[in-house]
Design a protein around this ligand. Structure first.
Ligand code: CMP
Length: 136
């Protein structure tokens, strides 16, 4: 059964730096996502560590947190039926070289680190991640 869900999307520093925000937002809207909240911010490394806590045991954790805090990002709440899985489909594989044609990471991703977008991987994490950026 389809349900209206919310998910968190982040346009990462590599994409913001290249001025891709509007292009990527248009892709979401064209696929039927409503962007119901958005916030352009730069977070510091300790906030990035909190955001990516789920990855704290991974060997790439330190670089990942340095990277996310290296420049401005655009955090958005996307809404659509099955938003969590639909967004993950639209983003494509984590590593842009494995991402299918037509996906955001295939089109814009540079590397597994600079993969242009983040999207929540479950409904539960979507709630936590949305609260992280939009609790006020
Ligand atoms: P994201 O969807 O934001 O979630 C965690 C991020 O870690 C992921 O995108 C990648 O940019 C980054 N990352 C770096 N190395 C790896 C790796 N080996 N496996 C998975 N994610 C990685």
């Amino acid at each position: 059964m389809s349900e209206i869900e919310k998910t968190l999307s982040i346009i990462k520093p590599d994409a913001v730096e290249r001025g891709l925000e509007n292009e990527i937002k248009k892709i979401f809207e064209k696929k039927g996502f409503s962007i119901i909240k958005e916030k352009k911010i730069q977070i510091d490394k300790s906030e990035a560590e909190k955001f990516y806590k789920i990855h704290e045991t991974k060997p790439f954790y330190n670089d990942l947190c340095s990277y996310l805090s290296s420049g401005p990002i655009l955090a958005m709440v996307l809404e659509k039926e099955n938003a969590v899985s639909e967004n993950r489909k639209l983003m494509g594989a984590t590593d842009p070289k494995d991402a299918d044609d037509g996906t955001i990471r295939n089109k814009y991703g540079i590397s597994i680190d600079k993969n242009s977008v983040h999207g929540s991987d479950s409904i539960e994490n979507a709630k936590t991640e949305i609260d992280f950026f939009f609790s006020d």
